[in-house]
Write a protein that binds this ligand. Structure first.
Ligand SMILES: NC(=O)C1=CN([C@@H]2O[C@H](COP(=O)(O)OP(=O)(O)OC[C@H]3O[C@@H](n4cnc5c(N)ncnc54)[C@H](O)[C@@H]3O)[C@@H](O)[C@H]2O)C=CC1
Ligand SMILES: O=C(O)[C@H]1O[C@H](OP(=O)(O)OP(=O)(O)OC[C@H]2O[C@@H](n3ccc(=O)[nH]c3=O)[C@H](O)[C@@H]2O)[C@H](O)[C@@H](O)[C@@H]1O
Length: 441
């Protein structure tokens, strides 16, 4: 099948590369010339494990192409995927201007019947709007069908997720169009769930909102565990053994960030509000998350009083490991607040520094290694559970820091392990360890 994909961000590029890998001929279109130039050479503009290898393989096999020209990209294709961004507007609702532009680009350039597949996360009703807009713009003899095919990949494991997903959701009003998209996806060997367009659109928001709810729920449990002297990791394990609950997404920490949970939860409360429905549960999930992102600062203030003049090392800046994505990362809120309070912030991340420089306060100092970040620090905040940080020899904290006081926002180390070192250790939903103080008393 000849396919084109509009937008080569995390979703579009992974979609395009994966579809070419299962045998389709795919042209990826992006308006960003530098990005396209890189991709033509087999260089991925984003950090995603395994993506570049697959890109190179399929470019060489003659199945994967990149262009900035919509006219060239849409030539002779049967199906066009839309994967442009749907960022949040100031009121929390989804900004559909990129979608609208993509639709206009499609309408201006197609010359035969087409199926348009929406991968981007869009509010319920958007696919019907896309179809209406297309019909109003294209010549009468061209037949247009629109299919909702929401994406469930996670950043950092997007290639794996695409080939090992739990389901592919196809929302269509036309049975023939649904069948075409089903055939395209069959080689992935993943269960396909077909439904109507509005339900497919809602499945995406409901799934993200539910996962966000799980995270805020376990974070609330963690905060109570701390007061009770219980251990949230044991609690989560014990809960997760019940298949009805499931063990995934019960990692307590400094809350969820990233390009999707924050934006999609807000968009869903807005979708509900437009229908005069007050989605109280989801609003509470968002509120809990906003508080949780700052929880290490509260802990540090409680421990030190003022943070003014303190040298604070931040380990990990990306919103999660294995990505260079800084969108809505807790490190943004944390570094801004620390700088505003007059702390000296020294930061390390293995891959996200270039993106971090664009969004963190300019006072933040970046280091090339964990050791350099820890040098002479009064305390360290662990913000992302990179494997480099999880596998660290804990002696480093003792050797490098002015005082080995660790605030671990991602529960990177087991309590038993930390107990063996002269460290003061504060984590999430677990008892604090005061071995450093103990030694110095
Ligand atoms: N990032 C993620 O992990 C996931 C994202 N999604 C959804 O997928 C959509 C895309 O997200 P990302 O890939 O993160 O976006 P992104 O912002 O990383 O990439 C969007 C790309 O589209 C390009 N673009 C914009 N307008 C264009 C046009 N008219 N023609 C050609 N290219 C155009 C931009 O230059 C950019 O490269 C969003 O709706 C998001 O909510 C869904 C699941 C996972
Ligand atoms: O719509 C999207 O864009 C995507 O959003 C999430 O994927 P992603 O944001 O890439 O990453 P996750 O692994 O879900 O993590 C999101 C945030 O939640 C946090 N998290 C995750 C799991 C957990 O147990 N605890 C926790 O705090 C992570 O640290 C991270 O900040 C969903 O998992 C994907 O299914 C979805 O396609």
């Amino acid at each position: 099948m000849k396919i084109s994909v509009v937008g080569t961000g995390y979703v579009g590029l992974v979609t395009g590369v994966s579809l070419s890998h299962i045998g389709h001929y795919v042209t990826c279109i992006d308006i960003d010339e530098t990005k396209v130039e890189k991709m033509r050479q087999g260089i991925s503009p984003i950090y995603e494990p395994g993506l570049e290898e697959l890109m190179k393989e399929n470019i060489q096999a003659g199945r994967l192409f990149f262009t900035t020209s919509h006219q060239e990209g849409f030539r002779d294709v049967d199906v066009i995927y839309i994967a442009v961004g749907t960022p949040e507007k100031e009121d929390g609702s989804a900004n559909l201007s990129y979608i609208e532009q993509a639709v206009r680009d499609i309408a201006a350039n197609i010359t035969k019947d087409i199926i348009v597949v929406t991968k981007s996360t869009v509010p319920v009703g958007t696919n019907h709007y896309i179809k209406e807009l297309l019909i109003s713009l294209v010549p009468k003899h061209i037949n247009v069908e629109v299919v909702s095919n929401p994406e469930f990949l996670r950043e950092g494991s997007s290639v794996y997720d695409t080939f090992h997903g739990d389901r592919i959701v196809i929302g269509a009003d036309s049975e023939e169009a649904a069948k075409v998209i089903e055939e395209i996806n069959k080689p992935f060997g993943i269960p396909i769930f077909k439904t109507d367009i509005k339900s497919a659109e809602m499945i995406k928001y409901a799934s993200n909102a539910f996962l966000a709810t799980k995270i805020s729920f376990i974070n609330e449990i963690a905060n109570i565990c701390e007061k009770l002297g219980a251990d949230v990791e044991s609690v989560a394990r014990g809960m997760g053994m019940d298949k009805r609950i499931g063990s995934m997404f019960l990692n307590a920490g400094i809350g969820y960030g990233g390009s999707c949970f924050p934006k999609d939860t807000k968009a869903l409360t807005q979708i509900a509000a437009n229908l005069d429905h007050n989605f109280e549960l989801l609003k509470a999930v968002i509120k809990v998350n906003n508080h949780q992102q700052r929880i290490l600062i509260d802990k540090a203030r409680e421990r030190f009083g003022s943070l003014t003049g303190k040298r604070i090392a931040l380990l990990g800046l990306a919103f999660k490991p294995n990505t260079d994505d800084m969108r809505e990362a807790a490190s943004i809120v944390i570094s801004k607040e620390l700088i505003a309070e007059g702390a000296k912030v020294v930061a390390y991340d293995p891959v996200a520094v270039e993106n971090a420089k664009k969004v963190l306060p300019q006072e933040v100092i970046y280091t090339e290694s964990i050791e350099d970040a820890l040098e002479n620090a009064d305390m360290v905040f662990i913000l992302t559970e990179w494997s480099q940080i999880k596998e660290l020899d804990l002696n480093i904290y003792v050797q490098k820091m002015k005082q080995p006081i660790v605030f671990d926002g991602r529960n990177c180390y087991s309590i038993n392990e930390v107990q063996q070192y002269p460290i003061e250790y504060h984590s999430i939903g677990r008892k604090p360890i005061y071995n450093y103080q103990f030694q110095t008393v």
